[in-house]
Design a protein around this ligand. Structure first.
Ligand code: PHE
Ligand code: NA
Length: 447
């Protein structure tokens, strides 16, 4: 990105689409629902909502503003801004840990993207038609137990990602999300409607919004914060890189609000679509990463027009996953391109192959390597946990602290277009609430 002349987004709309393209993905539908189910429901959801607002919003704005100031890739931006404000170049390590996180996340993200592709095909050929919950569960278990199939779909997903990046059609993809994202929302609404008709919608509502605070512990809080970072694509320098393309005329706070509301709405809708199916069929909410794959096909398999709706849903989910995956590959490619003698194409291939190899290790952890454990977690869980609960919060913390101590207050106030009073509030959030929140959650989560 940084080697191109720094063209700017033609409009605020273009920027919102790009940022939403990165944010909206498997995190909203696959990860949000399974984490909610696994963490006991409402307490997790409410902490997650608090994290998105109190931590996510300020960090998103901070990343964009740093990027807009620096006009370079995250590593060089941090280094330059730090030195020009009389601080150490060591701040650039934040950029490096962000790139590492993006690399690790893409490896397992691609495996799940592969599941989504596989379910797209399954919908086309009617695999789920008329099946009961046992049969749908068995279909999923068969996929997990079949390393060759997982490998094939993971590879297919990575090939799509590389193909899109190499052909430079990511802009076209963003334009397409203008239509496809609303379509995804419509399908989710249909599923929510189906859930309402199932007679178990009330249970789902209670599960998601009526907290049993007893269930809340440090682990749940840390999981909720990790989800907030993951879903908003924070703590990886990705939003920072996007910020470097952002025109001076774009209002950062209102744009962040738009992106966050969209991302959050999609996650909540996904939950309201999935949990009624869980309760109506006596399934377990704590099923884990397979949750959407053992619930949604059940609904599609048994509703009128379900074949076509299921096909559309998994296609749109795959599309959303692709736009997010592309944004994850970009920082890795860019870093290689700028730090080695590799060309753009060479960097893309090397990054993708490295990601693919790690993804293979992740997919093997569902079968032949299921007892290979790191800190008690299989490879997949380890990659997911280490990135969302450790790397992202720490990198995001670094970005917000950097923002507060390295950028001039009055300048920031003008740039955010806030009057003195609102700025005081903002400052409270950015300087104290967000960083202390991350630190407290992080420490209690680890203990
Ligand atoms: N935010 C994306 C999602 O919710 C995942 C992602 C994480 C994308 C980090 C880019 C960077 O699916
Ligand atoms: Na998201």
């Amino acid at each position: 990105m940084a080697k191109l002349a720094h063209a700017q987004w033609s409009s605020r709309m273009g920027f919102v689409l790009a940022a939403a393209g990165s944010a909206v993905g498997l995190g909203n539908i696959w990860r949000f629902s399974y984490m909610t189910g696994e963490s006991g429901g409402a307490a997790f959801v409410l902490v997650y909502l608090a994290c998105v607002t109190l931590v996510g919003l300020p960090i998103l704005v901070a990343e964009w503003m740093i990027g807009r100031r620096g006009q370079k890739n995250p590593i060089n931006t941090m280094a330059d801004l730090a030195t020009s404000h009389g601080r150490s170049r060591a701040w650039a390590t934040i950029g490096i840990s962000g790139v590492l996180a993006a690399f690790l996340i893409l490896s397992f993200y691609s495996v799940i993207g592969g599941w989504s592709l596989n379910y797209t095909l399954g919908s086309v050929i009617g695999t789920f038609n008329g099946q009961d919950s046992d049969a749908v569960g068995a279909i999923f278990d068969n996929l997990l137990g079949n390393p060759t199939a997982l490998l094939l779909w993971h590879t297919a997903f990575m090939v799509l990602v590389v193909g899109i990046v190499a052909r430079g059609v990511t802009k076209g993809l963003e334009a397409a999300s203008r239509i496809l994202m609303p379509a995804l929302v419509v399908l989710l609404l249909i599923l929510v409607g189906y859930g309402m008709a199932s007679g178990h919608f009330g249970e789902a509502l209670t599960f998601m919004f009526n907290p049993d605070w007893e269930a809340l512990d440090g682990g749940v809080v840390l999981a909720a914060m990790g989800q907030a970072f993951f879903t908003l694509s924070l703590g990886m320098g990705i939003m920072m890189a996007y910020g470097s393309y952002l025109g001076e005329d774009v209002n950062l706070i209102s744009t962040a609000r738009t992106v966050i509301i969209l991302d959050t709405a999609i996650a909540l809708l996904a939950g309201l679509a999935i949990f009624p199916i869980v309760f109506a069929n006596g399934l377990s909410a704590s099923e884990g990463p397979g949750l959407i794959f053992v619930t949604l096909p059940l609904a599609f398999g048994n509703m009128a027009g379900g074949t076509i709706l299921g096909l559309m849903f998994f296609l749109l989910l795959t599309f959303a996953a692709l736009t997010s995956a592309i944004s994850l590959l970009e920082p890795v490619v860019e870093t290689l391109e700028e730090r080695t003698s590799l060309s753009r194409t060479g960097s893309t291939l090397v990054s993708a192959i490295a990601v693919w190899v790690l993804g293979v290790a992740a997919l093997l952890s569902f079968n032949v390597w299921s007892d290979v454990l790191f800190f008690g977690l299989n490879i997949f869980d380890f990659l997911d946990t280490f990135t969302s609960k450790i790397l992202l919060p720490l990198t995001g913390l670094g970005a917000i602290i950097f923002f507060s101590i390295c950028l001039d207050k009055e300048e920031a106030r003008k740039e955010l277009r806030l009057d003195i009073y609102d700025f005081t509030l903002w400052n409270l959030l950015a300087k104290y609430v967000a960083p202390l929140g991350v630190i407290v959650v992080f420490l209690t989560g680890l203990i």
